[in-house]
Structures are given as structure tokens and as C-alpha cells.
Design a protein around this ligand. Structure first.
Ligand code: PCA
Length: 223
């Protein structure tokens, strides 16, 4: 059967996770995206990459990946210990204000992610549609109104700013999702299988929503 649904710019989906931080030995975000590396969802190939939990270097690594892959969809994923649901982040803000040092020992306070850039960006993901899709699968999910002011928000803001300003990435949709601890890291927690299933639902839902809103046919009028 012809793969008509694969008529996309690149057919690639980038999923990123972070390395462990703050003394932890595992980061569920990396474990989960890694499990999907090389898989195909709706005809698109999943590329998983690990970002360092470090201000600056994380964003430089992400920029390189975006340049190399020109993905159709990017979902950056991070660990949010203490949350009990897959959290769809609504908004990225232009500030680094680290409550703990990053993995390189940096702890910026009230520094813009991108000097002179807008105060905030909304997620490019259809967060309400994705929330409903996760809940339909019986997964614990929520919209989150803040991604914090640590490395995850830094990456989320940098991603959205790059997508907004880079001419070669005009058609790339992106956003950020936080996931709970894995069992053994703390409570509340979510099993790795559920996190991976959740990510699959998100990729599928974001690609489907993109197809739905991506129809560009003329229908305007001057009066
Ligand atoms: N969570 C941290 C940074 C890396 C991660 O997985 C955060 O929420 O900022």
C-alpha cells in the first residue's frame, strides 16, 4: 500500500531526553525516548537523542540536531520528580533561575535564555487534544502551566525561539513534556511502559493534528 501519509518535509520526529541530574542514577525522559529510537509512527522515523542537563550546552546540542534533522515534529521530554502525570507544558518563559546547580555546576539566577527575545512562547503542540488522547488511553495526564526555570524550561524556551526564528524550521512543530519519576526513584511514579505508551500517543496525536490543520487551500475574500 502506498504510504500517502508520509508526504511530509522530512518524515522525521525528534524526541529528546536528559541525562540524570541532582544525584539521580536514571532519568525516565531518556529511558523513554530511547525506547522509541528507530521506530516508525504514522510513517515517520523517530530519532531519540540525549541532551545534557546543563544550561547552554543542552541548547547547543539541540540546535545541532535541529539543523541536521530538520524534523517535522520535536518533543523534548524531561523528568519532573513529584508530579504524578505526564505533563503537557503550556508555556516556556525567557528566564533561567536555577534552584540547584546543573550537571556542570552552573546555577544562573534571573538570566534570560535569549537576551532581547520575547518573554514567553506557547507550546506548538495541540496540548488539549493530546491531553484527551492520553486520557482516552487511561494514562495519567495533565496540562502544566509552568515548566519551571531550570534546564527543562531553558530547553523548551530555546526550542520555541529557534522554531520561531529559523527560516529552515518554519514547518517544524515542537513542545515540551515532563514525565514522573520511575518506580524506585520516588513517589509518585509511573512505569516506563506507560511513559513510552504516552509518548507514542503524543507523537501520533501531534502528527494527526498537524495533518488536520495543515490543509492550506484558498478560501478568503476581500469583502
Ligand atoms: N528535568 C529537569 C532538567 C532535566 C530533567 O530531566 C527540569 O525539569 O528542569
Amino acid at each position: 500500500m502506498p504510504r500517502t501519509h508520509a508526504s511530509t518535509p522530512t518524515g522525521r520526529v525528534l524526541l529528546t531526553g536528559f541525562d540524570p541530574f541532582d544525584g539521580d542514577h536514571v532519568n525516565p525522559s531518556w529511558r523513554a525516548v530511547q525506547a522509541l529510537h528507530g521506530r516508525r509512527i504514522l510513517g515517520r522515523r523517530i530519532v531519540a537523542a540525549q541532551l545534557p542537563t546543563e544550561f547552554g550546552t543542552s541548547l547547543r546540542a539541540l540546535s545541532t540536531l535541529l539543523d541536521q534533522l530538520r524534523p517535522e515534529l520535536v518533543i523534548c521530554v524531561g523528568q519532573a520528580g513529584g508530579r504524578d502525570a505526564i505533563s503537557l507544558e503550556r508555556v516556556a518563559i525567557n528566564v533561567d533561575d536555577a534552584p540547584i546547580p546543573d550537571n556542570a555546576g552552573a546555577q544562573p539566577v534571573d538570566v534570560p535564555v535569549a537576551p532581547g527575545a520575547p518573554a514567553a512562547y506557547f507550546s506548538g503542540l495541540p496540548i488539549k487534544a493530546l491531553l484527551a488522547a492520553l486520557q482516552r488511553e487511561g494514562l495519567s495526564a495533565a496540562v502544566s502551566q509552568t515548566a519551571g526555570t531550570f534546564v527543562c524550561n531553558h530547553v523548551f524556551y530555546g526550542l520555541m525561539h529557534t522554531l520561531a526564528t529559523h527560516p529552515g524550521l518554519r514547518h517544524t512543530r515542537g513542545g515540551f513534556v515532563h514525565v514522573p519519576w520511575l518506580p524506585g526513584q520516588g513517589t509518585p511514579h509511573m512505569g516506563l511502559d506507560d511513559v513510552v505508551s504516552g509518548l507514542r500517543v503524543l507523537v501520533r496525536g501531534a502528527l494527526a493534528a498537524e495533518a488536520a490543520v495543515g490543509v492550506r487551500v484558498g478560501g478568503g475574500a476581500t469583502h
